[in-house]
Design a binder for this molecule. Structure first.
Ligand code: MLT
Length: 303
């Protein structure tokens, strides 16, 4: 059976994963993967806007939000392994992914290693490059800063890079929301994840192998993963779409949710309408839905 609602706790291997599952049972599944150092609540407005049509799942990555984790080494590979185990546990055979920044790193690694598990990808404010030596140096300094000065000062400093000046001038509530998400992440998890980001491998050389529909979105004023890196991915991925979200920095889904959601809905309508059309003569999303439904008959443990 499917557990429906907010903040469900599910045991996945060694981990208690906190997730929110909304939308109709038979609908195509979209899994949202948050950025660093945030949590599943950053997708609230996307869930509200898509849940009547799609089954939307948001979850807290290991060490973030309400998914607690022991003191251990984090890596993008571990996060991908968690994602696949989570899908297995929910008996979801196939889904689409929508990842922002670190969520995009996870989505790119997941499609590279498990291409048969995904219908489509949305990559938002992210990149395929590994960290440069300067970026690695910055991460090490950030770890030092967190250890010496605490999480609040780190949150105050880092939030400055996430939004446009326009939003700071207007004092939008999402700035405080982002800050609180950072403050609610433990010092240990912040440091563990910074090391995982520092050590991540590039995925640019695998972009041409991506065969599913793909939408790239980027805030027009994203200072962390700017338009140029989004354009680079766009030219290397066959049939990808690139949409620039105006009045937005790095957290475009939070800063301009109206524009972000419009692109998301248009994209997924096309992906799943196309699949449904081709289903009249064969495979596609009805088959996927049937497979997913059959899998939910199998038992799974919820705390
Ligand atoms: C994120 O939003 O996930 C981070 O900016 C990713 C990063 O620091 O590379």
């Amino acid at each position: 059976m499917r557990y429906f609602g907010d903040n469900i706790r599910l045991v996945v291997n060694d981990l208690v994963v906190s997730y929110t599952d909304q939308g109709p049972d038979e609908a195509s599944v979209i899994i949202f993967i948050h950025g660093f150092p945030f949590n599943k609540t950053m997708w609230h407005k996307q869930v509200e806007s898509l849940k009547d049509t799609f089954r939307t799942i948001t979850y807290d990555i290991r060490g973030h939000g309400e998914t607690e984790s022991e003191d251990e080494t984090f890596s993008i590979e571990l996060f991908v392994n968690d994602l696949i185990s989570f899908m297995d546990k929910l008996r979801i055979d196939k889904a689409s992914l929508c990842g922002l920044s670190m969520g995009g790193y996870i989505a790119l690694n997941a499609i590279e290693n498990y291409p048969e598990r995904f219908d489509a990808l949305v990559l938002s404010d992210t990149q395929c490059l590994a960290d440069s030596p300067e970026a690695k140096e910055k991460r090490l300094k950030a770890i030092e800063n967190i250890k010496n000065n605490g999480v609040e000062i780190y949150a105050d400093e880092s939030v400055k890079n996430f939004f446009t000046q326009e939003s700071f001038n207007a004092g939008i509530a999402e700035i405080e929301q982002a800050k609180q998400m950072i403050i609610n992440t433990s010092e240990q998890s912040l440091c563990n994840t910074l090391l995982a980001l520092l050590n991540r491998k590039e995925t640019c050389t695998k972009l041409s192998e991506i065969k599913v529909p793909l939408l790239i979105m980027v805030g027009n004023d994203d200072k962390i993963t700017p338009l140029a890196v989004a354009e680079m991915m766009h030219v290397n991925i066959i049939d990808s779409l690139l949409k620039v979200i105006e009045h937005a920095g790095h957290l475009s889904c939070l800063e301009n949710p109206e524009a972000f959601n419009k692109e998301l809905i248009e994209f997924f309508d096309t992906v799943y309408r196309k699949e449904t059309d081709s289903n009249s003569s064969g495979g596609g999303s009805i088959l996927t839905d049937l497979r997913n439904k059959m899998m939910t008959f199998l038992s799974f443990n919820v705390l």
